[in-house]
Design a protein. Sequence first.
Length: 243
Amino acid sequence: MSFQILWLFRIVLIVTFISNGSCFPDQAWYYSFVKDAKLAPMFARFDYIIIGGGTSGCALAATLSQNASVLVLERGGSPYDSPSATDIGNFATTLSNTSPKSWSQLFISEDGVYNTRARVLGGGSVLNAGFYTRAGDDYVKEAEWKSDEVEAAYEWVEEKVAFQPPVMGWQTAFKDGLLEAGEFPYNGFTYDHINGTKIGGTIFDQAGHRHTAANLLEYANPNSLAVYLHANVHKILFTTKGI
Ligand SMILES: Cc1cc2nc3c(=O)[nH]c(=O)nc-3n(C[C@H](O)[C@H](O)[C@H](O)COP(=O)(O)OP(=O)(O)OC[C@H]3O[C@@H](n4cnc5c(N)ncnc54)[C@H](O)[C@@H]3O)c2cc1C
């Protein structure tokens, strides 16, 4: 098929988004490719556009940018603007701050349950409880994932964001309670998803600093990735015509 015909059938994705116009000073010292949406050019082409730079969006962007050009549009700000807000001691405060420009957005599910969802680069991994575990073997099998690729993905993630947690007194008591109730065997600390009782992983390091999916952007190819913050996507237009 000639290049022209390929062009004709190529699906061009046009994403319109509105910059919330919030202030993101030139402090992209952490990632050269992360900018405020106000700095986005009027027109640009990318092989992939990822809407939402959350837990999965950041991992996907880092991976795809190795072999393609990638745009990430994230409606929220950056967790690097206020690093201590993600520390373990500020977990409850940050999660419960649902003011209009905060990282946590209140919503009510269709069946009436109050919950929060992320509005920040790194997504839920910036707000959540930080528990980390690998998937169960049955899950991987059912999903028909290749086990060697899954192993490689675990190592990729764990290198940046997974840690062995310190075990507090109440956690020891809880573990002892599970064993007393017969949840055997006791597996000690492990990332593996296995039967019995275990100490799982955490995304908080030994100093209590949270590592988030935004840290996975360290793997990205900075020359083929653009991440725009405060870029709230409202509409996606698809066309089969070349533009
Ligand atoms: C309180 C709480 C505790 C949790 N604890 C754990 C835990 O301990 N361990 C665990 O593994 N999981 C935990 N989870 C679940 C986990 O955080 C989520 O499953 C995971 O983060 C979801 O990832 P995601 O990429 O699907 O979505 P998200 O990480 O939420 O990413 C979605 C992204 O899209 C952006 N976005 C949304 N709409 C738009 C738009 N229109 N335009 C542009 N951007 C947009 C959002 O701002 C966000 O950054 C917890 C969740 C909650 C709420």
